[in-house]
Design a protein around this ligand. Structure first.
Ligand code: F3S
Length: 67
């Protein structure tokens, strides 16, 4: 499982980071720092919650691969 992020559309709400700060790191300006990542084993639920928390809906959960 992995997470895909439309980084250039981030508005800096930081809800993703509030839910799962270890997964959704922010840059120095308060915007999401990455365009996506592979979800570590056991963190799938928190990753989904972080994705759902974004009001801009720019975080997508991709279930295609095994972590
Ligand atoms: Fe950006 Fe959404 Fe997180 S706007 S900081 S990806 S909650």
């Amino acid at each position: 499982m992995r997470i895909a992020i439309e980084k250039d559309k981030c508005a800096g709400h930081a809800r993703c980071h509030a839910v799962a700060g270890d997964l959704f790191a922010l840059d120095d300006d308060g915007y999401i720092a990455s365009t996506g990542f592979v979800v570590p084993p056991g963190q799938e639920d928190i990753a989904r919650r972080g994705a759902r928390a974004c009001p801009e809906r720019i975080i997508t959960v991709v279930e295609d691969d095994k972590a």
